[in-house]
Each structure stands twice: as C-alpha cells, then as structure tokens.
Design a protein around this ligand. Sequence first.
Ligand code: HPA
Length: 282
Amino acid sequence: MISDKDAYLNYVDSAAEYIRNAIPSGLEIPSVCIVLGSGLAPLASECTDTMSISYADIPGFPVSTVPGHEGRLIIGNLEGKRVFMMSGRFHYYEGYDTSLCTLYVRVMSKLGVKLLMLTNAAGGLLDDMNPADLMVIEDHLSFFCDSPLRGPNLDEFGVRFPDQSFVYDKDCIELLMKSADELGIRLHKGIYSYSKGPQYETPAEIRALKMLGVGAVGMSTVPEAIVASHCGMKVAAVSCISNLAAGISKTALTHEEVMENANKSSKSNCDLVKTFIKKWSY
Ligand code: HPA
C-alpha cells in the first residue's frame, strides 16, 4: 500500500530522472516498455544499440530476487522501434507490496511510455491447451490481488476509481492475433487470473477458476496492468503456457517444468513480440 504519497512520488521522480539522464542526449526515449517474462530473455540480445542499467543503480527500484530474473533495464532498438525492456520484474510473493512491484510502471509513464507489453509464464486451463502454447490476455480476474492503487490516490497519474472495462487494448489484441497468424503460431485468447503465490494453486482452486472461464493463471501481470491502465497507458499481454494448471496436469508442478516449457516456447514467443512491435504504431 502507498502509505507515504510524497515519499513514493519522490522515488518515482528520482528513478525517472536517473534513467532519463543515463540515456545519451540525442537518443529518443522509448515509447514502449516490454517486460521480459520467462522464456523471453533472448529478446534482449535481439536489440541493437543497447545500453543497460542495473536495477540496483536506479533509485527506489527494488531488486528482483527470482533466479533467472536478472534485474536490468535494457534500452535499445527492436524492429526499428526504440524500446525499454525490463529484464526481471517484482512479484508480491517475493515480499514486495503491489505498490512497489508496480513502481517501475509509473516510472515508465513519467518517461512518456505509451505501451506496456507484459509477458509471463502461466498455468493453462483451457481444454485445448498444451504446454508451451501462447495465450493473449483479453481480460483478467484481480480478486486475489491487493490493489496496487490502495492508499492515497496519485491524482497526477489517474482517477480514484478507474474503470477496468478496457485494460487490455483491443487493437493490440487484434494486432497480436494477426501477427501470430502470419507467423503460423497458434495463439489462444483468454482470461488471466492472478494468484498471490508463491505456492501454485490447488486442483480445487483451478476447478473453481475454470468455472469462471479462466484461461490461464499466474503470479504477475495483473498489478502492473492495473497501474498501467490507471496511468492511461495501453497494455498488451501474452502468457506462455508453461504447464497445465494443477489437477489438469497429471503430475505435480515444479519450477523446473515451468522453465523448461517457457524455454520451449521461447522462439515463437520472441517472434510474436517482435512482429507485434514492428507493426505497432501510435
Ligand atoms: N500457477 C501460477 N503461476 C504459474 C503457473 C501456475 O500453474 N505456472 C507458471 N506460473
């Protein structure tokens, strides 16, 4: 929860200023920020003219504690577009409050970012899903998510009671579907449900979510999407189905299985994001 509004805004401003100053003058500040979820790390090496900043050096940024989440902000060119890439993100299960997990989103907003592209690994619930499939998120369930907007409203970013009817941008969803089609990638479309984690869901929880029409379940993305939409940013989001959700899968879930399938889908996931970014205009 944001308890000290001035201190929070101070962190946001200091982080934005630090990043702005680190970008050599004459170089455009990106309008897109891509969050590299599991399996998308190779996208960073496809960027050209890159520079990167360790999260540890950015004032106010928490440090990512998840193995495999490196903790660097990358700035470069991807498919002819200037992009920020977050290599590593912050999760509630690490012990961070959702307002801290999403601080970077407000920093991106301050820097003028218009599109937040969120990617993640998630458990799949749809009948025709297989591990290593991809799903574009069309809506979410935030029932189990502590609101990142709790506490005094940050009026300079958005309103107290923000509408949630259009969190995931319709044009982006269409463009992602079109990109997948062109690439011959099967892209599911569905609802993502947030879990606090770090434990995976029980089979009973998954049966309940399935009744609610959920397509995928995971431990990130929703707090970030809420804050981005509060700031007036467009949000596009893709889940890599790293496993069938608990009880649908015949075996116990492990982080190793999640990483293995995220890596299996890596090529198609990276291709999808690249093609989408190439087509995207604002
Ligand atoms: N549940 C929650 N989070 C996840 C899962 C899952 O099955 N797979 C990857 N992240």
